[in-house]
Design a protein around this ligand. Structure first.
Ligand code: HAM
Length: 420
């Protein structure tokens, strides 16, 4: 039997209403923060991610869906959204827009060839935001406050926001030198990946899942001690403005993030909920001051975050929060004979033109079975069309919640339902 590819899933109607609810909530929240939607292609030139996300990252080295098209171009299904947004910003010269920063969001599928695990898919949907063009701790705080608002708006409580500063390029390179010195003598005790990371991106050793308990990881120099005055001041400003908004956070000096473009503020939101699973990161993001230049763009800076809807759903499930399912029909039409079925079909046509949700039986079932079907479909009203009703051109409109019945003519049904 043919099956969905490993690490992907069908989202069936029993689940898709949750997605719609979440997406609608996200649209409402981004509107409040004044972010506009951007839609970029599902695939991009492979080079974009190699240069943007970074050649030493797991994403680029192990997880990309890369293929050659018929014109022998190397393309990659996007593993994340930031590089694509940066590419589009540069290509569309958004630095010249009068309104700055440029505040963008996306809800889009991403692709990573990862080991399948609870909360980890090969195709997943990210909601992300990017604010590009202004470097100000207040923008960092705006972005972080939006992400906290999103999770809180669903009633989630077991949340832990971790933040760190990776500093500017100068601080970062000094820190990397210190890490090389620290790890080099015993790098042979680390996994193969870390042995190559020490040459490409030593900071990533701190983030290694295999070596996280190694004594040298615990005693590693702290990024904070290598931040220059400017980077320290920026970090302190972000923290104090978060406090001003009563946003709780924990500073995690080992938080380095898995993508290479970050500078200054980096953050992750974790779930503490019992039963969430081994992967507890709900959302991650940070500032990327060098990314646009790395892609031959202007020296504009940006900050953003992304979360996957799949993990948001897991968090809701782990905290026992239900998403309302407003599935239901305004009207279900029961029919007693063929003529009634034709009349019902014309009536449905008119109702639906007015956005009134309505349905009927298409299987010629007995009245009792039709009523059961109406119930299953959560119909708020029903009518029965039989010989009498056809002759009198009127029906008993029954309110299924209250049991109340009112006699209405065929012509009145639409206005009556519209009023209700
Ligand atoms: P990321 O940390 O790679 O960052 O991914 C962000 C979020 O995407 C994760 O926290 C998680 O919710 C979700 N995610 C990642 N991989 C998977 C997966 N295999 N299955 C399900 N969910 C997953 C980024 O992608 C950056 N572009 C975020 C960003 C935006 N930074 C600045 N702007």
């Amino acid at each position: 039997m043919l099956q969905v590819p490993r690490g992907t899933q069908d989202i069936l109607p029993e689940e898709s209403y949750k997605w719609q609810f979440i997406e609608q909530r996200l649209y409402d929240i981004v509107k409040a923060y004044n972010y506009q939607e951007i839609r970029t292609p599902v695939f991009e030139a492979t080079e974009l991610f190699v240069r943007g996300v970074g050649g030493s990252t797991d994403i680029v080295n192990k997880e990309m869906y890369t293929f050659k098209d018929k014109g022998d171009r190397s393309l990659t299904l996007r593993p994340e959204g930031t590089a694509s947004v940066a590419r589009s910003y540069i290509e569309n010269k958004m630095q010249h827009n009068v309104e700055q920063p440029i505040k963008l969001f996306y809800i889009a599928p991403m692709f990573r060839y990862e080991r399948k695990q609870k909360g980890r898919y090969r195709q997943f949907v990210q909601f992300g935001v990017e604010a590009i063009g202004v470097e100000d701790p207040l923008i960092d705080v705006e972005v972080i406050s939006m992400l906290m608002n999103i999770y809180k708006s669903f009633g989630l409580k077991s949340l832990n926001l971790k933040i760190n500063s990776i500093g500017d390029m100068e601080s970062r390179s000094k820190y990397n030198e210190a890490l090389v010195e620290h790890f080099s003598p015993r790098i042979g005790e680390f996994c193969e990946d870390c042995q190559s990371r020490i040459h490409t991106n030593p900071m990533r050793i701190l983030d290694c899942k295999k070596d996280r308990d190694h004594e040298l990881v615990k005693t590693a120099p702290r990024m904070y001690d290598y931040l220059n005055d400017e980077s320290k001041a920026y970090f302190e400003a972000v923290k104090s403005k978060l406090e001003d908004l009563n946003i709780e956070f924990e500073v995690d000096y080992n938080l380095v993030r898995g993508l290479d473009y970050y500078t200054h503020t980096a953050f992750e939101l974790m779930s503490n909920a019992e039963g969430f699973g081994a992967i507890t990161t709900l959302c991650g993001g940070g500032r990327y001051n060098g990314l646009l230049e790395m892609l031959d763009g202007p020296s504009e800076t940006g900050i953003g975050f992304a979360l996957s809807i799949e993990r948001l759903l897991l968090a809701l499930e782990a905290e026992g929060i239900e998403i309302p399912n407003d599935k239901g029909l305004d009207l279900y039409i029961c029919t007693m004979n063929d003529q009634a079925r034709s009349v019902a079909a014309s009536l449905l046509h008119k109702l639906r033109e007015r956005y009134i949700s309505a349905d009927m039986d298409y299987e010629n079932r007995k009245l009792k079975a039709q009523m059961k079907d109406a119930d299953r479909k959560n119909a708020r009203h029903t009518i029965v069309l039989g010989e009498d009703e056809l002759n009198s051109e009127s029906v008993d409109l029954k309110n299924m919640d209250t049991g109340e019945v009112s006699r209405v003519s065929f012509d009145e049904i639409i206005t009556k339902l519209e009023d209700l």
